[in-house]
Write a protein that binds this ligand. Structure first.
Ligand SMILES: N[C@@H](CCC(=O)N[C@@H](CS)C(=O)NCC(=O)O)C(=O)O
Length: 197
């Protein structure tokens, strides 16, 4: 397998999974500053010209969450068994991370990337409101427990914590100590750090 990624991208999600699992996979750095992700060769791998994408034999899988979940199923211990209630909760949090949690963070991120004079405070406020609504839900879910599903760390934690960590860089987690502690547990895992190296 080859994971086409960049260490400053959403590719760190499947990369974290790889580091947790020990699965053999070549990491191919996509030089985004050089616009490699828009090259003709790369567009053959990922039709949207974004990272990451996984090549597994003659299969290509894009979407960071899909790749992470796909890889998790290749090893024991990082995903609950198919057909169990825990598997249902696992799907819930994985889909929630992409569809409900990430959009508010993305809204703030793209606004903050603009020169200060061009930023729209209303967009930042709306993105923050959307994200904080999710952090209230996450607080209720994680309070008194270590990980989201059962007693064990899973790929759902990777997807959620990766986004919370990203939001933390923008100081969006202040006032949510339970979530901050949960993210700190994930970020303390050696595999999290290796995924960013
Ligand atoms: N939903 C996609 C988003 C992928 C994405 O937007 N990747 C960013 C880096 S984090 C990218 O490649 N951006 C370059 C561009 O939009 O040109 C995923 O999670 O894989």
């Amino acid at each position: 397998m080859q994971l086409y990624s960049n260490k400053f991208s959403r590719g760190t999600r499947p990369r974290w999974l790889l580091e947790e699992s020990g699965l053999a996979c070549e990491i191919v750095n996509v030089d985004m500053a050089a616009r490699e992700h828009k090259s003709e060769a790369y567009l053959k791998l990922h039709p949207h010209g974004v990272v990451p994408v996984l090549v597994d034999g003659d299969t290509r899988i894009f979407e960071s969450a899909a790749i992470t979940l796909y890889l998790a199923d290749k090893v024991p211990g990082l995903a609950p068994e198919i057909g169990t209630r825990a598997r249902g909760e696992y799907y819930q949090w994985a889909v929630w991370s992409m569809v409900t949690l990430e959009p508010g963070v993305t809204k703030v991120f793209y606004e903050l990337r603009k020169p200060e004079a061009e930023r729209d405070a209303a967009v930042i406020a709306e993105g923050t409101r959307m994200y904080h609504e999710c952090l209230r839900v996450l607080t209720d879910a994680i309070e008194g427990r270590e990980w989201l599903v059962g007693d064990t760390f899973s790929a759902a934690d990777i997807l959620v914590i990766a986004i919370v960590a990203w939001a933390g860089v923008m100081k969006l987690n202040e006032g949510f100590p339970v979530v901050e502690a949960y993210a700190a547990r994930g970020k303390a895992r050696p595999a999290f750090l290796r995924a960013r190296s």
